[in-house]
Write a protein that binds this ligand. Sequence first.
Ligand code: 13P
Ligand code: G3H
Ligand code: ZN
Ligand code: ZN
Length: 355
Amino acid sequence: MARITLRQLLDHAAENDYGVPAFNINNMEQALAIMEAANTVDAPVIIQASRGARSYANDIMLKHMMDAVTEIYPHIPVCVHLDHGNGPDTCMTAIQAGFTSVMMDGSLKADGKSPADWDYNVGVTKTVTSMAHLGGISVEGELGVLGSLETGMGDKEDGHGAEGKLSHDQLLTNPDEAVKFVRETQVDALAIAMGTSHGAYKFTRKPDGDILAMNVIEEIHRKLPNTHLVMHGSSSVPQDLQEIINSYGGKMKPTWGVPVSEIQRGIKNGVRKINIDTDNRMAMTGQIRKVLSEHPEEFDPRKYLKPAMEAMAKLCKQRLQEFNTAGQASKIKRVLTTAEMAKRYAKGELAPKVA
Ligand SMILES: O=C(CO)COP(=O)(O)O
Ligand SMILES: O=C[C@H](O)COP(=O)(O)O
Ligand SMILES: [Zn+2]
Ligand SMILES: [Zn+2]
């Protein structure tokens, strides 16, 4: 059973100069697509579930799906991660359900939409790290609020995200504060804000440095060379997937995502976890639309879910290759148990190296 913690996986990624995509799942088809891709290219992978996924699929179903994929693919290290936990309670129940890693997103309050202040964020994140690390579970924190530098609007396209207009100070993580945040909270990975947002409508044009501030990542990496950075909202929203959806009756407006080349630049600068959901949603939806429109007589779900799974697996495989995750699974010689990780935290071996 190769269920790996985020911390062990990202430490390996940092030592070997690669990034790991974190793909969201809500159902069996998505879990199988991710694993098919990871297995084909010998890549470790992060499978993450949001609060929405947990209520859609049920924790018990998710737990058994994770057990199933690690049983089917025992040689592929899989990190099971909670995406955007909105409070210590949500994080603790995820751990009980078998997650090896949790995100405490204290950039927003528990309602998932009001930007939180420093003390709140540090407080809730510290609560989670101190509990989770006792059990060897990894923690991702977030400093800075996701949202658009073009419009100043927060990110609430898919439910979780700030409401209303935000200042540049809120939308761009401050590098000095990032150092202080990591020192005070002891997080294993830090999500930062630099102009990306969730969903398909990130940018109205191909992004340049004014609206996708990769320089912020570079500056944070200079100050925190040993901290694993996380890019949220990192779907590339490929034009060809937009075209497939639209040519089979979809109505997506023209839009741009995060170019893969910018993510690769991030990986050279400490980005180790890259969150991708929208691209996979689009890959699946495109094929479902295609099958249903070309074969309106069809009503067997497998007829459209199989091509949907294949399209998602193709997308996942492409990202695993682009981020240099491919070929790394077999290099991870031993997956440490959470109990072993707990001992490492207790000994202080995993404390952040912050000046
Ligand atoms: O950040 C994400 C999940 O936390 C997903 O981002 P996308 O909407 O760009 O895929
Ligand atoms: O926000 C991150 C992911 O895209 C998950 O979205 P969700 O909350 O709709 O499940
Ligand atoms: Zn979201
Ligand atoms: Zn996110």
